[in-house]
Design a binder for this molecule. Structure first.
Ligand code: DP6
Length: 359
C-alpha cells in the first residue's frame, strides 16, 4: 500500500508590538483583552518544515536541530491537534523549526514559530486558507503569532469569537522605513513566560484602565503610521509599553522584567529624542531587552550610542518585514507533478501531488 507523506516549509518573521497584547478575555482561545498593533521584523525569522506521514506513530519536534522541552513539545502537539481538526487529517507530523536569531537572546520566538508552523502545516496538505483564517489559527498557538502572518505594519483585532480575532496589514513594509535596534541587556531566559503572565494580568488594578484606553492609543498609532508622524508614534508607543509594564509590576505575583540596564536604555533613548532630536523611542516585550524603534536613517547613530552606553549591551537590528511565506520545496522528498499557487505568495509554486508519494 502506498505511504502517505506530504511536506512543506514556511518562513515567518518575528514582530514587535507598538500597542501591546497583555491579558486574554478567553485564555484557551487566546482572545485578547484588547486589539494590538505591531511591525514585522525582517531580520528575525523562523523557518519550519512540517512532514505529515502515516508512517509516524507520534508527532515530533526539533528546535534548531535539538530535542525540545516537554512543555514545548506539548504546546506544539496541542496546536497540531487543532490543525488536524481544521484540516481533516489524522496524520502525525514531524516538525523541524529553526530560528535565525540566537535562542536565549531574550527575543520571543513563539510569534514567528507558530506562524511558520501553521502555514507549513496547511501548505503541506495543499489546502488553501485565507490569510485571515491562517492568522486566527496561528493565534491559537501563540497570540502574537496572529500578527506574524500578514506583512508590514499589522493590526490584530480583539473579537468576541475565534474566527473574528485575526490580524491584517494596515501598511506594507515599504510604507515607512523604520528600524528596530534591539538592545540586548540580558541573555537569561525569562523566569515567567508570556502565557503565565497573560493569565495574571487581571490581578493588577491597572489592567482595566490599560484595556479601556488601548483603543484610543491604537487609533493614534494608526494615525502616526499613516502620516509617518514619528513624534506621535514615539509618545504613544512609549506610553503603551510603560502601561503594560505597570500592569506586570502590579500583578499578583508581581512581574519585574526590567534590569538596571533596561531602565538606563529607556531613559537614554528618551533623552536622545527630547534633547538631541534623534527620531527614536523605546518599547519592551515581556523581558528586559529594549527595542529602540527609530527611522532607518538614524539606526546607525542609535546603535553607536547604545554601544557607548555600556559594553554589556549586544545589538540586533531589523527593518520592517513581510508576511509569512511558503518556501519553494527542496525537492528531494517530494513527488514531481504539476504546480499549484501558494495560498499566500502567488509567486511561489507548490508541488501539486506531494500529498500521495509512493516510496
Ligand atoms: C509582551 O504572544 O508571547 O510580547 O499567547 O501566551 O504565546 P502567548 O503570548 P505572546 O505574548 C506577547 C506579549 C508581549 C506583547 C505583544 O507582543 O503584544
Amino acid at each position: 500500500m502506498a505511504n502517505m507523506q506530504t511536506i512543506a516549509s514556511a518562513r515567518a518573521h518575528s514582530n514587535i508590538a507598538f500597542i501591546k497584547y497583555w491579558g486574554n478575555r478567553n485564555q484557551a482561545l487566546r482572545l485578547p483583552a484588547n486589539s494590538s498593533l505591531s511591525m514585522n521584523l525582517a531580520a528575525l525569522h523562523s523557518t519550519t518544515t512540517v512532514r505529515w506521514s502515516d508512517e509516524l506513530a507520534a508527532d515530533s519536534l526539533a528546535i534548531n536541530g535539538e530535542a525540545p522541552s516537554v512543555a514545548a513539545l506539548r504546546r506544539v502537539q496541542a496546536h497540531l491537534d487543532r490543525l488536524r481538526r481544521r484540516l481533516g487529517t489524522d496524520l502525525r507530523a514531524q516538525v523541524d523549526s529553526r530560528n535565525n536569531f540566537p535562542m536565549g537572546a531574550g527575543i520571543a520566538s513563539s510569534a514567528s514559530a507558530f506562524a511558520a508552523l501553521t502555514l507549513a502545516a496547511v501548505a503541506a496538505l495543499e489546502q488553501r486558507l485565507s490569510e485571515r483564517e491562517l492568522s486566527a489559527l496561528a493565534r491559537l498557538g501563540s497570540g502574537s503569532a496572529a500578527r506574524s502572518i500578514p506583512g508590514g505594519f499589522v493590526e490584530w483585532h480583539a473579537a468576541e469569537a475565534h474566527p473574528g480575532s485575526f490580524a491584517e496589514t494596515i501598511a506594507p513594509p515599504g510604507h515607512w522605513q523604520l528600524e528596530d535596534v534591539i538592545a540586548i541587556v540580558s541573555r537569561q531566559h525569562k523566569g515567567v513566560g508570556s502565557t503565565a503572565g497573560h493569565k495574571n494580568a487581571g490581578s493588577s488594578i491597572f489592567q482595566p484602565a490599560r484595556v479601556e484606553t488601548a483603543a484610543a492609543r491604537l487609533k493614534q498609532v494608526k494615525q502616526a503610521i499613516s502620516q509617518r508622524d514619528f513624534a506621535l508614534l514615539a509618545r504613544v508607543v512609549e506610553a503603551d509599553s510603560n502601561l503594560m509594564h505597570a500592569v506586570m509590576m502590579t500583578s499578583q505575583p508581581a512581574l519585574f522584567y526590567w534590569q538596571p540596564l533596561t531602565l538606563a536604555v529607556m531613559k537614554a533613548a528618551r533623552g536622545w529624542r527630547e534633547q538631541d532630536g534623534l527620531r527614536v523611542c523605546y518599547t519592551l516585550d515581556a523581558g528586559p531587552n529594549v527595542h529602540c524603534i527609530c527611522v532607518a536613517d538614524e539606526a546607525p547613530a542609535v546603535a553607536e550610542r547604545l554601544r557607548a552606553l555600556s559594553p554589556a549591551i549586544d545589538i540586533l537590528r531589523s527593518g520592517v518585514g513581510g508576511g509569512a511565506v511558503v518556501l519553494p520545496p527542496s525537492g528531494a522528498s517530494l513527488c514531481k507533478g504539476e504546480s499549484a499557487t501558494c495560498p499566500l505568495s502567488p509567486q511561489i509554486t507548490l508541488p501539486q501531488h506531494s500529498a500521495a508519494c509512493t516510496k
